[in-house]
Design a protein around this ligand. Structure first.
Ligand SMILES: Cc1cc2nc3c(=O)[nH]c(=O)nc-3n(C[C@H](O)[C@H](O)[C@H](O)COP(=O)(O)OP(=O)(O)OC[C@H]3O[C@@H](n4cnc5c(N)ncnc54)[C@H](O)[C@@H]3O)c2cc1C
Length: 398
Protein backbone atom coordinates (compact mmCIF):
# COMPACT_ATOMS: atom_id res chain seq x y z
CA UNK A 1 0.00 0.00 0.00
CA UNK A 2 1.30 3.44 -0.93
CA UNK A 3 1.74 5.84 2.01
CA UNK A 4 1.20 9.55 1.59
CA UNK A 5 2.94 12.45 3.37
CA UNK A 6 3.24 16.24 3.24
CA UNK A 7 7.03 16.04 3.41
CA UNK A 8 9.30 13.10 2.73
CA UNK A 9 12.93 13.47 3.81
CA UNK A 10 15.61 11.17 2.41
CA UNK A 11 18.46 10.82 4.91
CA UNK A 12 18.41 10.65 8.71
CA UNK A 13 21.64 12.56 9.26
CA UNK A 14 21.80 15.85 11.11
CA UNK A 15 20.48 17.79 8.10
CA UNK A 16 17.42 15.60 7.51
CA UNK A 17 16.62 15.51 11.24
CA UNK A 18 17.06 19.28 11.64
CA UNK A 19 14.85 20.03 8.64
CA UNK A 20 12.10 17.79 10.06
CA UNK A 21 12.40 19.61 13.38
CA UNK A 22 12.23 23.03 11.72
CA UNK A 23 9.20 21.90 9.70
CA UNK A 24 7.39 20.72 12.83
CA UNK A 25 8.06 24.05 14.56
CA UNK A 26 6.59 25.99 11.60
CA UNK A 27 3.88 23.56 10.74
CA UNK A 28 2.99 21.31 13.71
CA UNK A 29 0.35 19.32 11.85
CA UNK A 30 2.57 18.45 8.91
CA UNK A 31 2.74 14.75 8.15
CA UNK A 32 6.44 13.92 7.77
CA UNK A 33 8.41 10.78 6.92
CA UNK A 34 12.19 10.42 7.23
CA UNK A 35 13.67 7.41 5.51
CA UNK A 36 17.21 6.10 5.57
CA UNK A 37 18.92 3.10 4.03
CA UNK A 38 20.69 2.32 7.34
CA UNK A 39 19.10 0.80 10.45
CA UNK A 40 19.33 4.01 12.50
CA UNK A 41 20.11 7.69 12.18
CA UNK A 42 23.65 9.16 11.92
CA UNK A 43 25.18 6.09 10.26
CA UNK A 44 27.42 8.23 8.05
CA UNK A 45 29.00 11.71 8.32
CA UNK A 46 26.72 12.85 11.15
CA UNK A 47 27.90 10.02 13.37
CA UNK A 48 31.48 9.82 12.13
CA UNK A 49 32.74 13.39 12.42
CA UNK A 50 35.00 15.21 14.89
CA UNK A 51 32.04 16.42 16.93
CA UNK A 52 33.44 19.94 16.97
CA UNK A 53 31.07 22.89 17.11
CA UNK A 54 32.96 25.32 14.95
CA UNK A 55 33.05 29.06 15.62
CA UNK A 56 32.79 30.49 12.10
CA UNK A 57 36.14 32.12 11.29
CA UNK A 58 37.38 30.04 8.36
CA UNK A 59 34.77 31.07 5.83
CA UNK A 60 34.47 34.02 3.48
CA UNK A 61 31.63 36.35 4.43
CA UNK A 62 29.56 35.63 1.30
CA UNK A 63 29.11 31.93 2.14
CA UNK A 64 26.34 29.90 3.76
CA UNK A 65 29.03 28.53 6.05
CA UNK A 66 29.78 32.04 7.34
CA UNK A 67 26.10 32.87 7.61
CA UNK A 68 25.11 29.87 9.74
CA UNK A 69 28.12 28.72 11.81
CA UNK A 70 28.10 31.31 14.60
CA UNK A 71 24.34 30.97 15.18
CA UNK A 72 24.51 27.19 14.69
CA UNK A 73 27.21 26.85 17.35
CA UNK A 74 25.12 28.83 19.81
CA UNK A 75 21.86 27.01 19.08
CA UNK A 76 23.43 23.55 19.17
CA UNK A 77 24.89 24.36 22.60
CA UNK A 78 21.48 25.59 23.80
CA UNK A 79 19.87 22.40 22.51
CA UNK A 80 22.46 20.21 24.28
CA UNK A 81 22.02 22.11 27.53
CA UNK A 82 18.24 21.78 27.32
CA UNK A 83 18.53 18.03 26.71
CA UNK A 84 21.36 17.36 29.18
CA UNK A 85 23.69 16.30 26.39
CA UNK A 86 27.32 16.80 27.38
CA UNK A 87 29.34 19.65 25.82
CA UNK A 88 33.06 20.19 26.30
CA UNK A 89 33.46 23.96 26.09
CA UNK A 90 37.24 23.84 26.08
CA UNK A 91 37.85 26.29 23.20
CA UNK A 92 40.46 26.13 20.48
CA UNK A 93 43.85 27.49 19.49
CA UNK A 94 45.02 27.76 15.88
CA UNK A 95 48.81 27.70 15.83
CA UNK A 96 51.38 28.91 13.31
CA UNK A 97 54.73 27.38 12.49
CA UNK A 98 56.35 30.27 10.61
CA UNK A 99 55.84 33.86 9.48
CA UNK A 100 53.72 32.94 6.44
CA UNK A 101 51.32 31.00 8.66
CA UNK A 102 51.27 33.87 11.14
CA UNK A 103 49.94 36.13 8.37
CA UNK A 104 47.23 33.53 7.72
CA UNK A 105 46.21 33.73 11.38
CA UNK A 106 45.51 37.43 10.86
CA UNK A 107 43.42 36.55 7.80
CA UNK A 108 41.42 34.07 9.91
CA UNK A 109 40.92 36.72 12.57
CA UNK A 110 39.66 39.18 9.92
CA UNK A 111 37.25 36.58 8.53
CA UNK A 112 36.05 35.73 12.03
CA UNK A 113 35.40 39.36 12.90
CA UNK A 114 33.42 39.86 9.68
CA UNK A 115 31.38 36.76 10.44
CA UNK A 116 30.58 37.84 14.00
CA UNK A 117 32.77 35.14 15.51
CA UNK A 118 34.40 35.70 18.88
CA UNK A 119 38.09 35.16 17.96
CA UNK A 120 41.28 37.02 18.68
CA UNK A 121 45.00 36.82 18.14
CA UNK A 122 46.87 36.24 21.39
CA UNK A 123 50.57 36.10 22.26
CA UNK A 124 52.57 32.92 22.65
CA UNK A 125 52.59 33.50 26.43
CA UNK A 126 48.81 33.90 26.60
CA UNK A 127 48.42 30.76 24.51
CA UNK A 128 50.65 28.86 26.95
CA UNK A 129 48.53 30.01 29.86
CA UNK A 130 45.48 28.47 28.20
CA UNK A 131 47.26 25.33 27.01
CA UNK A 132 50.71 24.82 28.57
CA UNK A 133 51.59 22.20 25.97
CA UNK A 134 50.99 24.33 22.88
CA UNK A 135 53.78 25.31 20.48
CA UNK A 136 53.29 28.25 18.14
CA UNK A 137 55.29 30.87 16.24
CA UNK A 138 54.88 34.21 18.07
CA UNK A 139 51.06 34.28 18.19
CA UNK A 140 48.02 32.01 18.13
CA UNK A 141 44.37 32.50 17.24
CA UNK A 142 42.06 31.87 20.19
CA UNK A 143 38.46 30.78 19.76
CA UNK A 144 36.73 30.39 23.15
CA UNK A 145 33.43 29.33 21.55
CA UNK A 146 34.69 26.19 19.81
CA UNK A 147 33.36 23.17 21.71
CA UNK A 148 32.89 19.42 21.36
CA UNK A 149 29.79 17.27 21.53
CA UNK A 150 28.92 13.65 20.84
CA UNK A 151 27.26 13.97 17.41
CA UNK A 152 25.53 10.58 17.72
CA UNK A 153 23.97 11.62 21.03
CA UNK A 154 22.67 14.82 19.42
CA UNK A 155 21.11 12.89 16.51
CA UNK A 156 19.62 10.24 18.82
CA UNK A 157 18.01 12.99 20.89
CA UNK A 158 16.60 14.69 17.79
CA UNK A 159 15.17 11.37 16.65
CA UNK A 160 13.36 10.96 19.97
CA UNK A 161 12.02 14.55 19.80
CA UNK A 162 10.73 13.92 16.29
CA UNK A 163 9.08 10.63 17.22
CA UNK A 164 7.32 12.45 20.06
CA UNK A 165 6.11 14.97 17.47
CA UNK A 166 4.65 12.09 15.40
CA UNK A 167 7.26 12.18 12.66
CA UNK A 168 7.48 8.74 11.02
CA UNK A 169 10.81 6.98 10.44
CA UNK A 170 11.47 4.20 7.99
CA UNK A 171 14.92 2.66 8.36
CA UNK A 172 16.51 0.03 6.12
CA UNK A 173 14.72 1.90 3.35
CA UNK A 174 16.82 2.83 0.36
CA UNK A 175 15.66 5.39 -2.19
CA UNK A 176 15.71 3.76 -5.62
CA UNK A 177 13.93 6.12 -8.05
CA UNK A 178 11.00 8.49 -8.33
CA UNK A 179 8.14 9.24 -10.64
CA UNK A 180 6.66 12.69 -10.09
CA UNK A 181 5.85 12.82 -6.36
CA UNK A 182 6.08 9.10 -5.72
CA UNK A 183 9.34 7.55 -4.71
CA UNK A 184 10.18 3.89 -4.94
CA UNK A 185 12.28 2.41 -2.15
CA UNK A 186 13.39 -1.01 -0.99
CA UNK A 187 10.32 -0.93 1.34
CA UNK A 188 7.76 0.03 -1.30
CA UNK A 189 6.40 3.30 -2.65
CA UNK A 190 5.76 6.57 -0.78
CA UNK A 191 4.08 9.74 -2.01
CA UNK A 192 4.67 13.25 -0.71
CA UNK A 193 3.80 16.80 -1.65
CA UNK A 194 7.48 17.74 -1.20
CA UNK A 195 10.55 15.54 -1.24
CA UNK A 196 13.70 16.72 0.53
CA UNK A 197 16.96 15.06 -0.41
CA UNK A 198 19.48 15.06 2.46
CA UNK A 199 21.27 11.97 1.17
CA UNK A 200 24.85 12.93 2.11
CA UNK A 201 27.26 10.80 0.08
CA UNK A 202 24.43 9.95 -2.35
CA UNK A 203 22.77 13.37 -2.46
CA UNK A 204 24.23 14.08 -5.91
CA UNK A 205 22.90 10.80 -7.36
CA UNK A 206 19.44 11.36 -5.92
CA UNK A 207 19.42 14.99 -7.14
CA UNK A 208 20.47 13.90 -10.62
CA UNK A 209 17.55 11.48 -10.68
CA UNK A 210 15.32 14.55 -10.27
CA UNK A 211 17.21 16.46 -12.99
CA UNK A 212 19.28 18.55 -10.55
CA UNK A 213 22.97 18.72 -9.68
CA UNK A 214 24.06 17.74 -13.17
CA UNK A 215 27.33 19.65 -12.99
CA UNK A 216 28.55 17.82 -9.89
CA UNK A 217 30.03 14.47 -9.02
CA UNK A 218 30.96 13.09 -5.61
CA UNK A 219 34.65 13.21 -4.75
CA UNK A 220 34.83 11.33 -1.44
CA UNK A 221 37.68 12.10 0.98
CA UNK A 222 38.39 9.80 3.89
CA UNK A 223 38.99 11.17 7.38
CA UNK A 224 41.05 8.89 9.65
CA UNK A 225 41.53 9.54 13.36
CA UNK A 226 44.09 8.25 15.85
CA UNK A 227 43.26 8.17 19.54
CA UNK A 228 45.83 9.03 22.21
CA UNK A 229 45.43 6.45 24.95
CA UNK A 230 48.36 7.31 27.23
CA UNK A 231 46.29 9.82 29.20
CA UNK A 232 43.64 12.49 28.78
CA UNK A 233 45.68 15.29 30.31
CA UNK A 234 48.49 15.99 27.83
CA UNK A 235 46.13 18.18 25.77
CA UNK A 236 43.46 20.39 27.34
CA UNK A 237 41.84 22.04 24.35
CA UNK A 238 41.43 21.74 20.58
CA UNK A 239 44.63 22.65 18.73
CA UNK A 240 44.53 23.21 14.97
CA UNK A 241 47.16 24.12 12.38
CA UNK A 242 46.72 26.94 9.89
CA UNK A 243 44.81 25.35 7.01
CA UNK A 244 45.32 25.86 3.31
CA UNK A 245 42.35 28.17 2.79
CA UNK A 246 42.07 27.16 -0.85
CA UNK A 247 40.90 23.69 0.21
CA UNK A 248 37.86 22.91 2.34
CA UNK A 249 39.93 20.86 4.84
CA UNK A 250 41.27 22.07 8.16
CA UNK A 251 44.40 19.91 8.48
CA UNK A 252 45.29 17.26 11.06
CA UNK A 253 44.44 18.67 14.48
CA UNK A 254 43.95 17.69 18.10
CA UNK A 255 40.34 17.26 19.10
CA UNK A 256 39.53 17.22 22.77
CA UNK A 257 36.41 15.12 22.73
CA UNK A 258 33.37 15.54 24.89
CA UNK A 259 34.64 12.78 27.21
CA UNK A 260 38.03 14.52 27.51
CA UNK A 261 39.80 12.03 25.25
CA UNK A 262 42.46 13.24 22.83
CA UNK A 263 42.41 12.31 19.16
CA UNK A 264 44.21 13.54 16.08
CA UNK A 265 42.84 13.75 12.56
CA UNK A 266 40.98 13.76 10.33
CA UNK A 267 42.96 13.15 7.19
CA UNK A 268 41.47 14.05 3.79
CA UNK A 269 42.68 11.04 1.84
CA UNK A 270 41.06 10.59 -1.58
CA UNK A 271 38.69 7.61 -1.27
CA UNK A 272 37.84 5.32 -4.19
CA UNK A 273 34.13 4.86 -3.62
CA UNK A 274 31.56 6.63 -1.50
CA UNK A 275 31.48 4.40 1.57
CA UNK A 276 35.11 3.25 1.27
CA UNK A 277 35.51 3.18 5.07
CA UNK A 278 37.61 0.06 5.41
CA UNK A 279 39.06 -2.60 3.13
CA UNK A 280 36.66 -3.59 0.40
CA UNK A 281 33.47 -3.05 2.41
CA UNK A 282 30.67 -1.35 0.45
CA UNK A 283 32.79 -1.64 -2.72
CA UNK A 284 30.89 -0.48 -5.78
CA UNK A 285 32.52 -1.02 -9.17
CA UNK A 286 30.72 1.76 -11.00
CA UNK A 287 31.38 4.32 -8.25
CA UNK A 288 35.02 3.28 -8.13
CA UNK A 289 35.39 3.60 -11.91
CA UNK A 290 33.82 7.08 -11.96
CA UNK A 291 35.89 8.26 -9.00
CA UNK A 292 39.09 6.97 -10.59
CA UNK A 293 38.29 8.73 -13.88
CA UNK A 294 37.88 12.07 -12.13
CA UNK A 295 40.86 11.52 -9.84
CA UNK A 296 43.00 10.77 -12.93
CA UNK A 297 41.78 13.97 -14.61
CA UNK A 298 42.58 15.95 -11.46
CA UNK A 299 45.97 14.29 -11.29
CA UNK A 300 46.77 15.17 -14.92
CA UNK A 301 45.48 18.74 -14.80
CA UNK A 302 46.67 19.24 -11.20
CA UNK A 303 43.56 21.32 -10.63
CA UNK A 304 43.56 22.89 -7.12
CA UNK A 305 47.02 21.25 -6.72
CA UNK A 306 45.35 17.84 -6.43
CA UNK A 307 48.65 16.03 -7.05
CA UNK A 308 50.32 17.58 -4.00
CA UNK A 309 47.15 17.10 -1.95
CA UNK A 310 46.87 13.42 -2.92
CA UNK A 311 50.56 12.66 -2.20
CA UNK A 312 50.50 14.56 1.08
CA UNK A 313 47.28 12.88 2.23
CA UNK A 314 48.35 9.36 1.18
CA UNK A 315 51.47 9.81 3.34
CA UNK A 316 49.17 10.01 6.35
CA UNK A 317 48.44 6.28 6.04
CA UNK A 318 51.93 6.09 7.53
CA UNK A 319 51.29 6.41 11.25
CA UNK A 320 54.71 7.88 12.03
CA UNK A 321 54.17 10.67 9.53
CA UNK A 322 50.58 11.25 10.67
CA UNK A 323 51.72 11.55 14.31
CA UNK A 324 54.64 13.84 13.35
CA UNK A 325 52.12 16.46 12.16
CA UNK A 326 50.55 16.46 15.60
CA UNK A 327 53.91 16.53 17.37
CA UNK A 328 54.77 19.79 15.56
CA UNK A 329 51.95 21.64 17.32
CA UNK A 330 52.91 20.84 20.93
CA UNK A 331 55.88 20.92 23.33
CA UNK A 332 55.66 17.26 24.24
CA UNK A 333 53.49 14.27 23.42
CA UNK A 334 54.36 10.59 23.48
CA UNK A 335 54.25 9.26 19.87
CA UNK A 336 53.68 5.76 21.30
CA UNK A 337 50.54 7.03 22.99
CA UNK A 338 48.62 7.13 19.68
CA UNK A 339 47.37 3.56 19.57
CA UNK A 340 43.81 3.26 18.27
CA UNK A 341 42.48 4.09 14.82
CA UNK A 342 38.92 5.17 15.57
CA UNK A 343 35.90 5.10 13.26
CA UNK A 344 36.70 6.94 10.01
CA UNK A 345 34.35 9.37 8.29
CA UNK A 346 33.97 10.23 4.62
CA UNK A 347 33.30 13.76 3.42
CA UNK A 348 30.47 14.11 0.90
CA UNK A 349 32.58 16.59 -1.06
CA UNK A 350 31.36 17.61 -4.51
CA UNK A 351 33.56 18.23 -7.50
CA UNK A 352 32.31 20.71 -10.08
CA UNK A 353 32.78 18.80 -13.35
CA UNK A 354 32.72 22.00 -15.42
CA UNK A 355 35.93 23.42 -13.98
CA UNK A 356 37.32 20.51 -11.92
CA UNK A 357 37.20 22.48 -8.68
CA UNK A 358 36.09 21.39 -5.22
CA UNK A 359 32.80 23.05 -4.29
CA UNK A 360 33.41 25.12 -1.16
CA UNK A 361 29.94 25.98 0.09
CA UNK A 362 26.65 24.18 0.68
CA UNK A 363 24.52 23.94 -2.48
CA UNK A 364 20.72 23.95 -2.66
CA UNK A 365 18.77 23.13 -5.82
CA UNK A 366 15.01 22.93 -5.91
CA UNK A 367 11.70 23.25 -7.69
CA UNK A 368 8.19 23.22 -6.24
CA UNK A 369 8.22 19.44 -5.71
CA UNK A 370 11.69 18.69 -4.40
CA UNK A 371 14.65 20.26 -2.58
CA UNK A 372 18.20 18.91 -2.79
CA UNK A 373 20.83 19.66 -0.16
CA UNK A 374 24.19 19.12 -1.79
CA UNK A 375 27.72 19.46 -0.48
CA UNK A 376 26.67 19.58 3.19
CA UNK A 377 30.31 19.29 4.21
CA UNK A 378 31.93 20.56 7.39
CA UNK A 379 30.76 22.60 9.30
CA UNK A 380 27.25 21.53 8.31
CA UNK A 381 26.85 19.69 11.61
CA UNK A 382 27.43 22.97 13.48
CA UNK A 383 25.21 24.92 11.05
CA UNK A 384 22.34 22.43 11.05
CA UNK A 385 19.65 24.34 13.01
CA UNK A 386 19.79 27.76 11.29
CA UNK A 387 20.51 26.10 7.94
CA UNK A 388 17.38 23.96 8.36
CA UNK A 389 15.31 27.07 9.19
CA UNK A 390 16.63 28.71 6.03
CA UNK A 391 15.63 25.70 3.91
CA UNK A 392 12.16 25.56 5.44
CA UNK A 393 11.47 29.28 5.12
CA UNK A 394 12.83 29.67 1.59
CA UNK A 395 11.97 26.36 -0.07
CA UNK A 396 9.28 24.51 1.85
CA UNK A 397 6.70 27.05 3.01
CA UNK A 398 5.72 28.21 -0.47
C1 LIG B 1 35.68 13.23 8.88
C2 LIG B 1 34.65 14.30 9.07
C3 LIG B 1 34.79 15.22 10.11
C4 LIG B 1 33.86 16.24 10.28
N1 LIG B 1 33.95 17.07 11.36
C5 LIG B 1 32.98 17.99 11.57
C6 LIG B 1 33.00 18.80 12.74
O1 LIG B 1 33.84 18.63 13.61
N2 LIG B 1 32.04 19.74 12.88
C7 LIG B 1 31.06 19.95 11.94
O2 LIG B 1 30.24 20.85 12.11
N3 LIG B 1 31.00 19.16 10.83
C8 LIG B 1 31.91 18.18 10.66
N4 LIG B 1 31.85 17.36 9.57
C9 LIG B 1 30.76 17.55 8.61
C10 LIG B 1 29.46 16.95 9.11
O3 LIG B 1 29.66 15.67 9.65
C11 LIG B 1 28.50 16.89 7.92
O4 LIG B 1 28.47 18.17 7.35
C12 LIG B 1 27.10 16.50 8.32
O5 LIG B 1 27.12 15.36 9.13
C13 LIG B 1 26.27 16.26 7.07
O6 LIG B 1 25.02 15.77 7.46
P1 LIG B 1 24.03 15.11 6.42
O7 LIG B 1 22.77 14.87 7.15
O8 LIG B 1 23.99 15.99 5.20
O9 LIG B 1 24.75 13.78 5.92
P2 LIG B 1 24.82 12.29 6.56
O10 LIG B 1 25.02 12.32 8.01
O11 LIG B 1 25.83 11.56 5.74
O12 LIG B 1 23.39 11.73 6.28
C14 LIG B 1 22.96 11.31 5.01
C15 LIG B 1 22.05 10.12 5.21
O13 LIG B 1 21.47 9.78 3.96
C16 LIG B 1 21.33 8.38 3.92
N5 LIG B 1 21.22 7.95 2.53
C17 LIG B 1 22.13 8.11 1.54
N6 LIG B 1 21.67 7.57 0.40
C18 LIG B 1 20.43 7.07 0.65
C19 LIG B 1 19.46 6.41 -0.15
N7 LIG B 1 19.65 6.12 -1.44
N8 LIG B 1 18.32 6.03 0.45
C20 LIG B 1 18.09 6.30 1.75
N9 LIG B 1 18.99 6.94 2.55
C21 LIG B 1 20.14 7.32 2.01
C22 LIG B 1 22.58 7.86 4.59
O14 LIG B 1 22.44 6.55 5.08
C23 LIG B 1 22.80 8.89 5.70
O15 LIG B 1 22.27 8.48 6.94
C24 LIG B 1 32.76 16.34 9.37
C25 LIG B 1 32.61 15.39 8.36
C26 LIG B 1 33.53 14.37 8.22
C27 LIG B 1 33.32 13.34 7.15
Amino acid sequence: MQKSYDYLIIGAGIIGLSIARALKIKSPNAHILILDKEDDCAGHASGRNSGVLHAGFYYTADSFKARFTVEGNCRMKDYCRAKNIAINECGKLVVAQNDAELQQLYELERRGQRNGSNVRIISQEQASELEPNVKTFQKALYSPDTASVDPKAVCASLKEDLKNLSVDFSFNTRYIRHQKNTITTTQGDFTAKKIINCGGLYADKIAQDFGFGQQYTMMPFKGLYLKYTKNTTDIKMNIYPVPNLKNPFLGVHYTKTVTGDIKIGPTAIPAFWRENYQGLSKFDFSECATTLIYQSRLFLTNSFKFRELAFEEMRKYNKTYFVSLAIAMVQHIDPKGFTIWTKPGIRAQLLDKTNLSLVQDFVIEADKNSVHILNAVSPAFTCAFPFADFIVENYLMT
